[in-house]
Design a protein around this ligand. Structure first.
Ligand code: ATP
Length: 353
């Protein structure tokens, strides 16, 4: 195991920022902590980095207890959103800095800087100052500076959030390719679910100091454990309809046809919901399709709004009092039309509250 976090707790005064967190991160894994502002992801990362001491619990890196060890002895490197480059030093000196601190010989330092600059495509920038390069280039330099030490674990806190959307998409592909190629265990913090989905081997979704669900991106997407995860991952969000267990183990919800479309496997896999715990029937928007003329098994809905996005189209629907959103390819439907809505077989989920 590369990084092991055991029963980690952090209190700030009487505020419980990180709650009994345990997770094992494998060698070479790309692990993402995803959650809204204030959920405790940065605090957790800072404890792994050694910038924050836990209230209790244990952190191990390659089997070694580093819980109270200084950051520089942990075999980690960090890259943060604000780059943290020294403005008065050239790019070359910036990248070289961590090696100098570690008293590496000059010739070897030079060789390592050249090597990592080549890998990051910033060789031509080495003699400039940080103010003379673009935001994307600065981000590359910050990554180069972190990677030049060849750390065992790479920690990144929202490294792309200062970049514009296009550059962010490009950098996320680059980072993913890079750390995969280098095989470095990476812990990455973000509030951006697309970043998390596209980069992670596993995602931990965090809410109020807890890792609510830890799973591979598509498992998380397909089987969100509760409402928080269902709503946080996926855009547009999963349709969620309150459901209750009625007589004979049947479910009831505002759309009468829906519970009958739950697969047996789904019902069997969710004993909590069967026991009558308040929950939801969830369906991802792309698992709803619409047709001008309702067919057998469809339910009817009125189109509220059609939102074409080019590749896909969001269709906002009203089925009685129930609001739904469907994502379809293209549609001739217009606001006010009555359409038939089909649910993709096997796509309904029971989701805990
Ligand atoms: P963001 O994306 O906004 O950074 P986050 O999920 O990373 O959010 P943290 O920075 O880990 O959240 O903070 C978790 C909670 O702990 C927040 O409510 C924050 O206000 C609180 N907190 C963080 N650092 C301290 C501190 N030094 N003293 C008191 N409270 C703190």
């Amino acid at each position: 195991m590369s990084v092991e976090i055991r029963n980690l707790e952090k209190w700030f005064g009487n505020y419980h920022a990180v709650k009994d967190t345990s997770v094992s991160i494998a060698d070479g894994e790309f692990f993402v902590m995803l959650g809204p502002s204030g959920c405790g992801k940065t605090t957790t990362l800072r404890m792994v980095a050694g910038l924050e001491l836990p209230t209790s619990g244990e952190i191990r890196i390659r089997g070694r207890d580093v819980t109270y060890m200084e950051p520089r002895h942990r075999d980690i490197a960090m890259a943060f959103q604000d780059y943290g480059l020294y403005p008065h030093l050239s790019i070359r000196r910036n990248i070289e800095f961590p090696l100098k601190v570690r008293k590496m010989a000059q010739a070897e330092r030079g060789r390592k800087v050249e090597e990592v600059a080549e890998m990051m495509g910033i060789h031509h920038l080495l003699d400039r100052k940080p103010s003379q390069i673009s935001g994307g280039q600065r981000q590359r330099v910050a990554l180069a500076r972190a990677l030049v030490r060849n750390p065992h674990v790479f920690l990144m806190d929202e490294p792309l959030s200062a970049l514009d959307a296009k550059l962010r998409a490009q950098m996320r592909t680059e980072i993913k390719k890079l750390v995969t190629r280098l095989g470095i265990t990476t812990i990455y913090v973000t509030h951006d679910q697309i970043e998390a989905m596209s980069m992670a081997d596993r995602i931990a979704v965090m809410d109020q100091g807890e890792m609510v669900q830890i799973a591979a991106p598509m498992d998380l997407y397909d089987r969100p454990r509760n409402r928080f995860v269902a709503e946080f991952v996926g855009s547009p969000a999963m349709n969620l309809l309150p459901v209750r267990a009625g007589a004979g183990g049947r479910y009831a919800c505002a759309l009468e046809a829906l519970p009958g479309l739950l697969s047996d496997a789904e019902t069997a896999a969710n004993p909590a919901a069967v026991n009558g715990t308040a929950g939801f029937i969830g369906v991802r928007p792309e698992n709803l399709s619409i047709a001008a003329a309702p067919e057998a098994g469809d339910f009817r809905a009125v189109v509220d709004l059609v939102e074409p996005l080019g590749q896909t189209t969001n269709v906002f629907l009203k089925a009685g009092d129930v609001d739904l959103i469907a994502v379809v390819d293209r549609t001739a439907a217009r606001a006010g039309d009555t359409v038939g809505v089909t649910v993709r077989p096997g796509s309904l989920r029971l989701v805990a509250a």
